[in-house]
Design a protein around this ligand. Structure first.
Ligand code: SF4
Length: 505
C-alpha cells in the first residue's frame, strides 16, 4: 500500500449526523457503497443526496478509463465544495492506482485503498454496533476464505431504493488483460464463502428485492474460497463453483429471479447452463453479458484475452441452443493498439454475424503501467471516435431488432419506475425495457407482471409496450398472484423502422 493511503485502522468520526455517497464505476462499487449506506442508515445517520452538504462524504472512485479517472477527481472537488467541513473519505480503484493525484486534489481527504476498504466498512459497522444493532449480523465482516485471502468487503444493497439487489460474490482479477488496470486496482481474485452470499441473498429477499444480480470483478472465477486452476482461468477443482453457488441459492432461498452481471466467455460452462435449464428454469434469467472486446483474433491475442472468435461464436450458439431467445450482450473496445482498418472491419463483420441483443462500446484509453500502453500501433483519437460511432449505430440496430422480436410474446416484467406519462417501465427476463399501464392505477413499483408485448415504442425503438395480464404485487415471494380479467387481444401495432440514433447504454 502507498504511504499516502490510510492504514486499515482508519477512523471515521463518530456519529456524523449526515452522510453523502458519490459512487462511480461498476456494479461492484455500487454493491460496496450500498453496503456502506446500509450500515450508516442502521447507525441512524441520514444519507443525503450527493448534491447536498453532509458531515461525512464517501467518494468511491473508478479508473477503468482516463475519463473515469478525471470524473473521480472531479467528484472529490465537487464534494469538498459542497461540504467544506466534512470528513471526506476517498476510496476505490482510482485511489488504489494513483493516490498522489487525489492527495493533490484534496490534501485533507482520507484516502483508502481497495485493500483497506474492509477496514472502512468495519469502522462503519462499529457505528452500527454503537447503535446497538450488532446482533443483526449485517455488519459482520466476511470470514477469511479457505485460501487465506480476505474479501475486501461484504456485499450489500439498499433495501429501499431498488427492485434489484446487486449481491457481490467475488472481488479482484489476476487475468491481466494487456489494456486493463483492474488487477492492480483490485488485487487478485478472492471469493466470498457461499454462506456469506446466501446470507446476503436472504437479506435482499427479506428487504423485498425480487431480483438478485450476482456481481463481481470476474465472477466466473468464483470458487467458494479454494480452487485448483485449469486452462483459460477455469477450475479443475473448487470448493464451490459459480454453478454450485447458484444451485444453492435456488435450493435454499425463495429467490424469484437471478441474473448474472458480466461473465468472461470461457467461464460459461455446461454445468452453469445446466443450472439455467434445470433447477433454475424460470428463475435464472436468459440474459448473458459476455465481454467480447474485439471480433478480430489478432487484436484479441494482443489484448491477452483467453478465447478467440471461434470460441466466442460457438459459445453463443451453445447458449442459444440451450436457452432459445437468450439475450447476448457484448462489450467491445475500439481503437486498441494495432487495430487497423482491416482488423476493425473483421470485428464489425463478426459482431454483425453474432446478432447480439446489445453492445456496450468503449474507446480504448491508455492506462499507464499496462502492457498495451507501451505497444506500437496506437490508434489516433479521430479513428477511435469514428469506429465508436460505427459500433454505436450497430448497437442501436441490435437493440431495436431484439426488442422487435419480443412483439407478440408474453414477458415476465419486473417494474421499476413510473414514466412522465403515467405508464410503468420495467425489464423483461431478457432485459428488454417494457412499458405498461397499471390496470387499476395502483403503483407497480417492484411488481412482477406477465405482459403481452404489443408493439415497439415509436419514440424509442429499443423499448416495447404491452398489456398486463397477470400481476404479482411486491409482497415478496409470498405475494398473491392476481390474474386479471382476460381481454381479447388487440391487433399488434405496426413496428416502426428503427431510427438508428441511439447510443450505448
Ligand atoms: Fe480486466 Fe481482463 Fe480481469 Fe476483466 S478479465 S478485470 S478485462 S484483467
Amino acid at each position: 500500500m502507498s504511504a499516502d493511503l490510510a492504514p486499515p485502522s482508519l477512523t471515521v468520526p463518530r456519529r456524523p449526523r449526515t452522510a453523502a455517497i458519490a459512487n462511480l464505476g461498476c456494479r461492484v462499487n455500487q454493491a460496496e457503497m450500498e453496503a456502506a449506506a446500509r450500515l450508516l442508515r442502521a447507525a441512524g445517520i441520514q444519507i443525503v443526496g450527493d448534491e447536498e452538504p453532509a458531515e461525512l462524504v464517501l467518494v468511491n472512485t473508478c479508473t477503468v478509463t482516463s475519463v473515469a479517472d478525471a470524473k473521480s477527481r472531479q467528484a472529490v472537488r465537487r464534494a469538498r465544495r459542497r461540504s467544506p467541513e466534512a470528513t471526506l473519505v476517498v476510496t476505490g480503484c482510482a485511489v488504489a492506482v494513483d493516490p498522489e493525484a487525489f492527495a493533490r486534489v484534496d490534501p485533507a481527504a482520507r484516502l483508502v485503498g481497495n485493500e483497506a476498504k474492509a477496514a472502512l466498512l468495519a469502522e462503519l459497522a462499529a457505528l452500527v454496533g454503537e447503535a446497538g444493532l450488532e446482533a443483526s449480523g449485517s455488519s459482520r465482516r466476511p470470514l477469511p476464505t479457505i485460501s487465506g485471502v480476505e474479501p475486501t468487503a461484504s456485499s450489500g444493497h439498499d433495501p429501499t431504493e431498488r427492485t434489484r439487489a446487486f449481491v457481490k460474490v467475488q472481488d479482484g482479477c489476476s487475468f491481466f488483460c494487456t489494456y486493463c488496470i483492474i488487477p492492480r486496482a483490485r488485487g487478485p481474485e478472492r471469493s466470498l464463502p457461499p454462506e456469506a452470499v446466501l446470507a446476503d441473498v436472504r437479506r435482499a429477499l427479506a428487504a423485498g428485492h425480487r431480483e438478485v444480480v450476482l456481481t463481481g470483478v470476474n465472477i466466473g472465477t468464483y470458487d467458494g474460497g479454494w480452487s485448483e486452476r485449469g486452462p483459460r482461468g477455469s477450475h479443475r477443482r473448487a470448493a464451490c463453483t459459480l454453478a454450485e453457488l447458484v444451485r444453492r441459492i435456488l435450493a435454499e432461498t425463495e429467490v424469484e429471479r437471478i441474473r448474472l452481471s458480466s461473465i468472461e466467455p470461457q467461464h460459461v460452462t455446461d454445468e452453469l447452463l445446466e443450472v439455467w435449464t434445470g433447477i433454475g428454469a424460470g428463475r435464472c434469467l436468459p440474459h448473458f453479458h459476455l465481454p467480447l472486446q474485439s471480433g478480430d483474433d489478432g487484436v484479441l491475442r494482443r489484448m491477452g484475452r483467453r478465447y478467440d472468435t471461434r470460441f466466442y461464436a460457438d459459445l453463443v450458439a451453445r447458449i442459444r441452443r440451450a436457452i432459445p431467445g437468450a439475450a447476448i450482450h457484448a462489450d467491445v473496445i475500439v481503437g486498441f493498439p494495432t487495430e487497423d482498418e482491416e482488423a476493425f472491419g473483421r470485428s464489425v463483420a463478426f459482431i454483425r454475424r453474432l446478432d447480439p441483443a446489445g453492445l456496450h462500446v468503449f474507446r480504448y484509453s491508455v492506462r499507464p503501467g499496462t502492457p498495451a500502453a507501451r505497444m506500437v500501433g496506437q490508434v489516433d483519437e479521430r479513428a477511435k471516435r469514428e469506429r465508436a460511432e460505427v459500433l454505436l449505430r450497430l448497437a442501436a440496430e441490435a437493440r431495436a431488432r431484439f426488442a422487435a422480436r419480443a412483439v407478440g410474446s408474453t414477458a415476465r416484467v419486473l417494474f421499476e419506475t413510473r414514466e412522465a406519462d403515467g405508464r410503468w417501465l420495467g425489464r423483461s427476463e431478457a432485459n428488454v425495457l417494457v412499458g405498461a399501464a397499471s390496470p387499476d392505477g395502483r403503483s407497480l413499483e417492484n411488481a412482477i407482471a406477465s405482459v403481452v408485448i404489443e408493439a415497439v415504442e415509436a419514440e424509442a425503438p429499443d423499448r416495447v409496450r404491452g398489456r398486463i395480464v397477470e400481476l404479482v404485487p411486491p409482497a415478496g415471494p409470498a405475494g398473491r398472484r392476481m390474474p386479471l380479467p382476460v381481454v381479447e387481444p388487440r391487433p399488434v401495432d405496426h413496428v416502426p423502422a428503427a431510427s438508428f440514433a441511439g447510443g450505448c447504454r
